[in-house]
Design a protein around this ligand. Sequence first.
Ligand SMILES: C[S@@+](CC[C@H](N)C(=O)[O-])C[C@H]1O[C@@H](n2cnc3c(N)ncnc32)[C@H](O)[C@@H]1O
Length: 275
Amino acid sequence: MTEREICKRLREAGIEDPSREAALLLAHFCGRTSPDFEGIDYEDKRLQKAVDARCQHTPLQYLFGEWPFFRQGYLVSKDCLIPRSDTEILVEEAIKVLPESAYFADLCTGSGCIAVSTLAERVDTSCVALEKFPKTLDLAKKNAARNQVEERFFPLCADLLTKEGVEKLAKKAPFDAILSNPPYIRSSVIPTLSDEVQAEPHAALDGGEDGLVFYRAILSLRNLLRPGGRMLLEIGYDQAEAVTSMAKEAGFSEIRVIKDYGGCDRVVSLALSQT
Ligand SMILES: C[S@@+](CC[C@H](N)C(=O)[O-])C[C@H]1O[C@@H](n2cnc3c(N)ncnc32)[C@H](O)[C@@H]1O
């Protein structure tokens, strides 16, 4: 298969930027580092399989099996949400505001990207990383090991939406902070998303009828925080008002909304008073 043929197949399948993706596929599977002008025919079977899968709109990240996030590299699979650059805003804030030697929880950890990148940058901290699905949590553990933070990364398999799950987490409390990028898309919106996003686990996307189910559950955990404890929650671009008003009701005294680099509301930063 030549680069031109790959490009043509991707274009016909409706892939948005076929030349860029053809170049990325060739670089990943055939180690090609500069464009070829001789129409080389690449025979690699893995490349052929990947092009077929990409034409079915499997995300490129799943085909590569790894993806960068913040300053670290992550294994990714169909068992986890692909780490998004928007989520780096939450990590940047965590690195800044976590107190010295902070012990924090990362709820809905997925690939572990929030927990692992924070631990990698703040070597004085440690973290309980909670995830409902064992296979996903296994991936997070591998990512902790891959980025040399496994000694400060404590995985916890638990369902945040059940009493038993919350009790498991409560046994690990109190925390200096709770971080989370929970599922926050309204259930009815999911079928309208791109094929690529729909190839990600629905459990990683679905925030219930109003998209806010997980925020209610997480904000109700404020008693697991130490006095002065913090929560940093990623939100959808249109959820700041709803989440900040729920946070006020939950008794947080400091409430801030942080925008992403695209100018959209992205993280709600909350703190309890010191007393
Ligand atoms: C939006 S993804 C975030 C993953 C990762 N933290 C990130 O930022 O890329 C949400 C994660 O929550 C997990 N999850 C879904 N329902 C859950 C539940 N009831 N309890 C705990 N985790 C859950 C999903 O499996 C998924 O890994």
